[in-house]
Design a protein around this ligand. Structure first.
Ligand code: XUL
Length: 539
């Protein structure tokens, strides 16, 4: 009875979902938290502390140590690892790992007598990996856009204008500031292709889904764009892995995992992808019409797209979908970290946080927060600052409602370009278990919201991709619908319906929120009258 394993190497943890396709069962769902299990790696919430708030680097050896821990945990839980037919995975997007030329050899001869991190350490040409939370490359974004002909040209070519966290601008900064190390780099991987390389014992390709998050790939041809490579850094083409569709088989699993943990030598390693493309599969978005909101470290709002449609305001992204189509996405950096900052500032438990949402009114009596605890991606805010309008810092419950309403209102405002109808929203990610947060989501978007059995849609999507590609390679192909059946159906009885009274308030609240955003970020007038107007309209 073959099993399929999906791994998710995310910002704060490595998690796994193991599927039995025959019985349609999720055999195991497990996570290794970086902060809890690997404090010696020096990260906090998965990020190396830095006095500059725009810098977000992580320790790539921590991700490898977590992979070793995950395999021993699965073994200890009694999982028969020899029954796993194929593995695929999901990586936090945009982050990059820099390897020396000896990496090809080291990957091939990994010894089970030592740990992955001990053996790969000497192959890193850069000890840190910049990740998606980094916003320190505004200058490089401007330079690249200047060379290529402007932000719109870059967006039309790659699916997104230059974004600080995207891999191309990050590589340019590395070349400019650490040129010796750049010269010494033979291969630049994404988190996804790095983890796949270690599993397969050889350099793995980057899939079209995650490749689209680099500002380096032509979104229409799915090839490296010569113009973008040239504008980014010299000699870059030779340092990048190949690009491949998301169902490419990298190879059989490395003997390291066979000898050390008892995987079958026939276990296939499939190309990995980014967490958002994997989530698209994990929530069953293989056709247009519905959207998903993922409430993770970042909050993302995404949907399936048959053809690339570029955001005219330059706020969103087009990535590849693992089905070979496209997906649209907007990313909000101040997701769960912002919710946690508010929860922790008032020393609340999650139950008390939910209670505060239950006890406060939709629209928060016009009290608004702009929760830029860290630099924000959407809208673009480089200097972190929390703005409060009509809201005192001492009002505990109102601050709780304000952070959640801000997140939902911002999604509604900045997702308009996608043109997707939002009568139904699929909610995933850690915080999607919180029904009070989902009630605000349903009310602000005036949509029914559904939860899923498996909250970790990225790892689930990866496991489903492993199954889909393995069956195809074994000449027993199944359609996406057949593979996903029973795993990606939303829980019908989980439906959160919009509240009629709240739905009347939120269009007015969104107007007020927009005025506050304009005032804080674009020099618009102070929203005194907007607040009065809001209170008049809703009272
Ligand atoms: C998407 C993005 C984040 C990361 C988080 O563009 O930056 O969602 O993928 O893991």
């Amino acid at each position: 009875m073959p099993l399929y394993l999906g791994l998710d190497s995310s910002t704060q943890s490595l998690s796994a979902v193991l599927l039995n396709l025959e019985t349609r069962e999720v055999v195991l769902n497990h996570a290794v938290s970086f902060d809890e299990r690997l404090p010696e790696c020096g990260c906090r919430n998965g990020v190396l502390p830095d006095s500059d708030p725009t810098i977000a680097h992580s320790n790539p050896l921590m991700w490898l140590a977590a992979l070793d821990l995950m395999c021993s945990d699965l073994q200890a839980a009694g999982v028969d690892l020899s029954s796993i037919a194929a593995i695929s995975g999901s990586g936090q997007q945009h982050g990059s790992v820099y390897l020396k030329s000896n990496a090809s050899h080291v990957l091939k001869v990994l010894s089970p007598a030592k740990s992955l991190s001990a053996q790969m350490r000497a192959s890193l040409s850069r000890p840190v990996a910049p990740i998606w939370m980094d916003s320190s490359t505004r200058q490089q974004c401007d330079e690249i856009e200047g060379i290529v002909g402007g932000a719109t040209d870059v967006a039309n070519l790659t699916g997104s204008r230059c974004f600080e966290r995207f891999t191309g601008p990050q590589i340019r900064k590395f070349w400019r500031t650490e040129s010796r190390r750049y010269e010494n780099t033979a291969k630049i991987h994404l988190v996804s292709s790095f983890m796949a390389s270690v599993l397969a014992g050889k350099h793995a390709p980057i899939d079209h889904g995650d490749g689209a998050g680099m500002n380096l790939m032509d979104i229409r041809t799915s090839q490296w764009s010569p113009a973008m490579l040239k504008a980014t850094a010299p000699g870059l083409r030779g340092k990048l892995p190949t690009l491949a569709p998301s169902n490419r088989i990298v190879g059989r699993i490395s003997p390291y995992f066979v000898e050390k943990y008892g995987f079958s030598p026939r276990c296939r390693v499939m190309v990995w992808s980014g967490d958002n493309p994997n989530s698209l599969i994990g929530v069953g978005l293989i056709q247009s019409g519905k959207v998903c909101i993922s409430l993770g470290t970042s909050d993302t709002y995404f949907g399936f797209m048959p053809e690339p449609k570029i955001s005219p305001q330059g706020e969103g992204h087009v990535f590849g979908s693992p089905t070979g189509d496209y997906m649209s996405l907007i990313c909000f950096l101040n997701g769960s970290l912002a919710r946690e900052r508010v929860k922790d500032a008032y020393r609340l438990s999650w139950a008390q946080f939910s209670d505060a949402l239950r006890r406060t009114k939709p629209g928060n009596s016009g009290k608004v927060m702009l929760p830029y605890f860290a630099p924000e991606i959407t809208p673009n805010v480089l200097k972190p600052q929390v703005y409060r309008y009509g809201l005192k810092e001492t009002e505990v419950r109102a601050n709780v409602r304000a952070v959640v309403e801000a997140q939902m209102a911002s999604m509604a405002i900045h997702s308009g370009w996608m043109g997707v109808q939002t009568k139904t929203i699929y909610a995933t990610g850690g915080a999607s278990a919180n029904r009070e947060i989902l009630q605000v989501m349903a009310d602000v978007h005036n949509a029914d919201v559904y939860q899923f059995e498996v909250g970790n849609s990225a790892a689930l999507g990866a496991a489903l991709r492993a199954a889909h590609a393995d069956l195809k390679a074994s000449k027993e192909p199944m359609s996406w619908e057949e593979v996903a059946e029973g795993f990606t159906d939303p829980i019908q009885k989980s439906r959160v319906r919009p509240n009629r009274e709240a739905v009347r308030v939120y269009p007015e609240f969104i107007k007020l929120y927009k005025t506050c955003e304009d005032n804080a970020l674009r020099g618009g007038s102070y929203p005194v009258s907007a607040r009065e107007q809001f209170l008049d309209q809703v009272s």
